[in-house]
Design a protein. Sequence first.
Length: 194
Amino acid sequence: MTHLDIYLTGVGGQGIGLLSEVLLRAADHAGFPVKGVDTHGLAQRGGVVVSHIRLGESAHSPLISTQNADMVIALERHEAFRGLNGYLKDGGTLIYYDAVWQPLDVRLKVAGEVTDQMIREQCGNRNIEICKVFRDAPLNPRMQNIVLLAHINRRKLITGVETDHYIRAMGDLMEGEMLARNVHLFREESADPG
C-alpha cells in the first residue's frame, strides 16, 4: 500500500475514538507510517465524532480534505451518508454499521431519515463500494465498533494490516475481561461465514 486516507464518523458514545486508535496502532504494528487526528465536538451529548487517519509516506498532515478519503467508516447510517457526501471520493469504499441514532434535525422533523436506498443510490452513482454491516445477535451497542473492525479485517479493506495487528492494537488499549470479550467478538465476526 502506498497511501490510504480513512475518514471515521459516528455519534458520541459509539466508540469511534477507540476504533480510530485501534486502526492507528494496527497500521503502526504492520509497519506503515500513519497520522491521525480526532474531533470530538459534542460527543458527550450525542454529537458527531470524527477521526482522520492517513497511512503512507505521502501523508504530511493528519487532515483529509473533502471528497478525498479513500474509505469512510461509519457507526451510524446518517453519519455514513454525511461522510459519503462530504469526504469520500468517487470510486472509494464505504463501510458502515447499520444503526440509527436519529440526529436532532430528524427528531425535530426538519429533515427526513436517511434510508439504505439513499445510500445505495449515492454509492451507485459514484462507483463506490458499499459494505453494510449489522449483527442480528444481541450486542452491547458499545461493541458495534469491534464488529465493524472485524468486517474491515475479514474483507481485507486495509491491505497489509492483518488479524494479529488488530489484536495487538486492542491489547495496547484494553486489558482483562474487556480485552477478552472484544478479542472474542473480533475473532467471531472476522471468521468467514462460508
